[in-house]
Write a protein that binds this ligand. Sequence first.
Ligand code: NAD
Ligand code: UFG
Length: 331
Amino acid sequence: MNILVTGGAGYIGSNTCVALLEAGHTVIVADNLCNSKNDAIEKIMQITNKEVIFYQIDVNDVVAVDTIFSNHEIGGVIHFAGLKAVGESVEKPLEYYYNNILSTMVLTKTCQKYGVNRFVFSSSATVYGDNKVPFVETMDLLPSTNPYGETKAISERILTDIAKANPAFSVSILRYFNPIGAHESGLIGEASNGIPNNLMPYVTQVAKGIREKLRVFGNDYPTIDGTGVRDYIHVLDLAEGHVAALDNLTEGAHIYNLGTGQGTSVLELVKAFEEANGIEVPYEIVDRRPGDIASCYADASKAKQELGWTAKRNIISMCRDAWRFEKNFKE
Ligand code: NAD
Ligand code: UFG
């Protein structure tokens, strides 16, 4: 099937393109490269030895998106394209609302025009806010403390309403937990330009000597060792989750957590990284980061039951693969 992958040059998108090509799909990427580089496309082709059709376009551009649908018989859309930095979304709310919500509307409207009824959407565990863990798909969403989270909740709502109005529309809304790791080739992963916000890219930069030490944001949370607990998931497991979602699309809107169901604290992750790679990661405990919650992990049973998908890779392989990519990575 011809799959349009928006944001396919990005971190999760590029790994998913590999999984899609390996599953026998044809991949058409639409990406404006605002947070990625052209060479991701070449690396996808290098890993799979298959062609990728690439359009460097903004997915908010109605005419450009229409051109793709008229040039190719699109069988389904996986919509990754979006801005994702929580802190930046507080400073630039309009850019986030405009980019992340308009893109969902442009794509679904074009899908309607061309009769494309298969859609997979990148949502985030951030929509659960400070609910009680483990997070289950049926929970009420809590208002987000940042515009980024709101863009995900609003896009979910738009897609759900479209599915209600059009019984032929099949949409899988995937709520990712914390993706880390990289393709095992070391070729595609999360490019860590500048000072990383997220834990794993920061850890790998400390390991590489780019930064002196990790700052652990708080050790007084009600968790196993006082540091924040998250459900880290290998990006390749996440990628496979998208193939499973696409293969199992049924009419209506269906929401799935993509996580491992296991929580890992910051200090446990540091220890796993040191064990996996034999490198020490110096750290210091500093104040809590505003807006952080104590614990976030999934109840991952729905995806297992309905998609036949579970995360297979453990925290050690996530740490090993993240480090392999960082070692190879050059700005
Ligand atoms: P990424 O920034 O690496 O990839 C996003 C891609 O979308 C980039 O290649 C960027 O150039 C492209 N893009 C952005 N706006 C665009 C536009 N208007 N038109 C065309 N291309 C555009 O991010 P990622 O980590 O791969 O995340 C992919 C999706 O998953 C995003 O929607 C993100 O919000 C969501 N998500 C990510 C995480 C995470 O921790 N990485 C967690 C939950 C959800
Ligand atoms: N942390 C540190 N030091 C750092 C960075 C992070 O101690 O330098 C801690 C945080 O306090 C938190 C944990 O590591 O306890 C994970 O933090 P991340 O920034 O890696 O991830 P978050 O859980 O805060 O957020 C991420 C994405 C969001 C997404 C969310 C979904 O950044 O976009 O996961 O669960 F919504």
